[in-house]
Design a protein around this ligand. Structure first.
Ligand code: SAM
Length: 225
């Protein structure tokens, strides 16, 4: 069985550090999916614009570690407990396929290519998309679903984000909100949290945002290109 890449995502998440762990957590994020030429016929998107949300199936194309482990240690449990692979949404899977529900902004044709603009996602820049399905409230929304170990996931270790000087704030307000949303989710790996070094740099779009965390307050101290 062979899968065809339908298109590739452009996203402000240009490195893995700081990307939200799921879609739906950074409403200010933006993304664009540009279809391959062979799938850019206007017929394929007929009726799509009536949907507010889409499922995107994608390849974890930037997985560096190719080892398959049947158990994984979810960061949201502090990284100490092991859970079976199928009880997690770890990127390191037998088949490296991801699934995210995203908010559709608009669909257009640009230079003969279908282009889908979306937001509120968790996809690295360059992610190959292999399938798209409309989100259906009727079949996909299960309000009484139980969520196993996720129900005791730890809260974020960051409760507020500050900018050391107002001049550090990007003029692009969407980027500013995105950076704050990402840091509020606490992107720090568990093992670093326990070390004394509390200085982190997170690349978003084309800027590096340097921040420190003290007493659960993150302060952005420097922004570099
Ligand atoms: N929502 C999807 C799912 O449940 O299948 C992805 C969940 S996975 C925990 C999300 C993480 O995958 C992100 O925080 C990012 O670090 C990583 N990621 C996103 N896109 C990727 C890609 N193309 N290749 C490798 N890792 C990626």
């Amino acid at each position: 069985m062979e899968f065809k890449v339908i298109g590739v995502v452009s996203s402000p998440f240009t490195e893995k550090f700081g990307i939200p762990r799921q879609s739906g957590l950074c409403p200010s994020s933006w993304g664009t999916l540009v279809f391959e030429k062979e799938f850019s016929h206007p017929d394929v998107i007929r009726g799509l614009d009536g949907f507010s949300h889409l499922w995107l199936s994608f390849l974890f194309h930037e997985n560096k570690n190719k080892d398959i482990r049947f158990v994984t240690r979810p960061p949201r449990l502090g990284g100490n407990e092991r859970m079976g692979l199928w009880a997690t949404r770890s990127p390191y899977r037998i088949n490296p396929l991801g699934l995210s529900v995203v908010e559709l902004e608009n669909v257009e044709m640009i230079n003969g290519r279908v282009v889908i603009h979306f937001k509120n996602h968790d996809l690295l820049n360059g992610t190959p998309i292999i399938d798209i399905k409309p989100y259906s409230v009727e079949s996909d929304c299960i309000p009484h679903a139980s969520c196993g170990w996720l129900e005791r996931a730890l809260p974020s270790g960051v409760i507020a984000v500050k900018w050391r000087e107002p001049e550090l704030k990007p003029a692009n307000l969407r980027l500013l909100s995105l950076v704050e949303e990402m840091i509020l989710l606490d992107p720090r790996p568990r093992y670093v949290k326990e070390e004394t070094n509390n200085h982190f740099a997170m690349r978003v779009d084309s800027l590096d945002f340097h921040f420190i965390v003290e007493d659960s307050i993150a302060t952005i101290v420097e922004v570099t290109k």
